[in-house]
Design a protein around this ligand. Structure first.
Ligand code: NAP
Length: 303
């Protein structure tokens, strides 16, 4: 009889067919020489998350990732929430063993690690100022970006959103849970603007912009990029600026192509964030932090 894996992990969500997480975590097990398995656990609908998680625990799962559409739904069923989950307002990682079952969110710190690895030192002014950053979107990934950029020391955040009220709600939510001064200041002082206000932004508002992050699904399902965004990228693009698209794909994403054509110096898609949020989740479950090189190689081989 085949020996059961020592470490049983899984991903709960809906429509998981294209998820790369099993490849990434499989690579982590191999990199660290651990015996384990990472399963996709498709859940069509769930009315009782506490008993579902209890059943998964009885089946031997010690850790779970949570993805769309359940990142918020699972929260009330968890006996304990780490500060990362409270701040993000969502759970992407559940630690089942040891008790108490605890929810975490590794998206913000995963994005911060991904940006740190881009070595953006050449953007730092002689006074040590990183410049400001613009975040597109006001959903879960945008929240992660506000948290990540504040922890990295970016100031003067700009949030670009279809509806300014949704962006204000997001910033207010984060502010409510924030205890670090840099995060509080960024949430209180962020400039919110809508797509149709982009062309009217004056140089005072965008003069020190060094980083733009897309946290919307623009470019995920098709190649459509709003005209006002293309024009804005053309207006601001230069070698000193960086664009990070949280959307990821085998080929360069539509927005990465627009940023490259507009002359941004560094352009990256969301694979590195994906790997880094997974590294941090793996450490929560196993106590060991993979460096992720094997996962990068395997993702590239799939391209
Ligand atoms: P979400 O919570 O549903 O939020 C989506 C946001 O995008 C909302 O602010 C929404 O604004 C905006 N939006 C949607 N369609 C838009 C459009 N056509 N034009 C302009 N804005 C639009 O989703 P999420 O979890 O934040 O994810 C956003 C993207 O990030 C997804 O593509 C996801 O795959 C990616 N992501 C990547 C990683 C990674 O590890 N790389 C992690 C998390 C998410 P409205 O309020 O106006 O609808």
């Amino acid at each position: 009889m085949a020996k059961a894996p020592d470490i049983l992990l899984g991903l709960i969500g809906k429509s998981l067919g294209h998820s790369l997480s099993p490849v990434i975590h499989g690579a982590f097990f191999d990199e660290l020489g651990l015996s384990g398995r990472y399963d996709k656990i498709e859940i069509a609908q769930e009315d009782n998350w506490a008993s579902r998680i209890d059943r998964l625990a009885q089946d031997g799962y010690v850790g779970l990732n949570v993805t769309i559409p359940y990142k918020l739904d699972v929260m009330p069923a968890l006996p304990d929430l780490d500060k990362s989950a409270v701040l993000a307002g969502a759970v992407n990682t559940i630690r089942i063993d040891p008790e108490p079952v605890t929810g975490f969110n590794t998206d913000g710190s995963g994005l911060a690690e991904a940006i740190s690895k881009m070595n953006l030192d050449d953007q730092v002014s002689t006074s040590g100022d990183l410049g400001s950053a613009m975040i597109l979107g006001n959903g879960g990934a945008a929240r992660a970006a506000v948290i990540a950029l504040s922890s990295l020391g970016y100031k003067g955040l700009k949030v670009l959103s279809r509806k300014s009220q949704s962006a204000q709600v997001m910033l207010g939510d984060i502010l409510n849970g924030a205890d670090r001064l840099s995060l509080k200041e960024n949430c209180s002082n962020a400039l919110v603007c809508t797509f149709d206000q982009l062309s009217g932004l004056d140089t005072g508002a965008i003069g020190d912009l060094s980083l733009v992050i897309n946290a919307t699904p623009i470019g995920q399902k098709d190649d459509f990029v709003p005209d006002e965004l293309v024009r804005f990228f053309e207006q601001i693009g230069d070698k000193k600026k960086t664009f990070v698209d949280l959307v990821y794909a085998k080929q360069p994403t539509p927005l990465c192509k627009v940023a490259q054509a507009a002359g941004f110096g560094k352009v990256e898609d969301g694979k590195e964030m994906l790997i880094n949020q997974a590294r941090l989740a793996f450490k929560i479950w196993t106590g060991q932090l993979p460096d992720g090189e094997l996962a990068r190689t395997r993702l590239n081989e799939m391209a």
